[in-house]
Design a protein around this ligand. Structure first.
Ligand code: DC
Length: 234
């Protein structure tokens, strides 16, 4: 029987191209792509802007929790038709640029460890995806958000390859970049993400491991399109 509108979970290490893959698959099947990392980044930006994160990266949990409870942190995605890309909005302001810089990247893991943040975002993610027809990328999609997802991909690449790609991306955008700091940030985030108590980054037992260090984007997309077709046509 042909299944339609399945749920596809893409988890994996930082900067290994999860969003590129997830977006390509969503475009191919006309599914919705949901970038859950952007949601953690937006909460981090909120906390940073409000002064809830100290210079030594300690988060004022009480204030952040209250803000979330009061409905002061509203995140949504809106399509930029010119770029054919969903952009992240925080309290009705486009924060797509602000959430991607090294500053927020270096703080986001500290916010993503917090149970009340995860609980709130996981609830929203389940609502966004419950009808299927989605490709959702993150760290805990196949393990926590959608443990019964129809297809789970665990994506990775060697850390040097990932740092090099990120470095090139920033340079191409005309931003300042330092290879060693990028690599250090990736290693730190991988460590914190994989070792946190709640919803650590790990490969779900039924996830397919894809290492894209030595394959092109096109090859990667073709590989996963094949996997999706197999699930849909099963
Ligand atoms: O995918 P990304 O690099 O934009 O994610 C930013 C951070 O958010 C990452 O360091 C870990 C965290 N994250 C998470 O804990 N769970 C998710 N589902 C997605 C991201």
């Amino acid at each position: 029987m042909k299944k339609n509108k399945i749920i596809i979970a893409v988890d994996g290490h930082s900067s290994c191209g999860k969003s590129t893959l997830a977006k390509a698959i969503a475009d191919y099947f006309s599914y919705t792509y949901i970038d859950t990392g952007a949601m953690y980044r937006a909460v981090t930006l909120y906390a940073f802007n409000e002064g809830f994160i100290s210079d030594n990266k300690i988060v004022d949990e009480e204030k952040l929790q209250l803000a979330i409870k009061n409905g002061d942190v509203n995140i949504d995605f809106r399509l930029n038709e010119d770029l054919n890309k969903a952009e992240t909005f925080l309290n009705n302001i486009n924060v797509e640029g602000d959430i991607r810089g090294l500053e927020i990247s270096s703080l986001v893991s500290q916010v993503a460890v917090l149970g009340f943040v995860r609980e709130n975002l996981v609830f929203q993610q389940r609502k966004m995806g419950e009808k299927g027809g989605i490709v959702m990328d993150g760290r805990d999609i196949g393990t926590v958000v959608f443990p019964t997802a129809d297809l789970k991909i665990f994506l990775t690449a060697r850390v040097d390859v990932r740092a090099e790609r990120r470095y090139k991306q920033l340079i191409e955008k005309g931003k300042k970049a330092d290879f060693e700091s990028i690599k250090k940030n990736l290693e730190e985030r991988d460590f914190i993400d994989s070792n946190r108590e709640i919803a650590p980054l790990k490969q779900a037992e039924d996830a397919v491991l894809v290492d894209n260090s030595d394959i092109t984007r096109k090859e990667q997309t073709e590989l996963v399109v094949g996997m999706v077709n197999k699930v849909i046509n099963k």
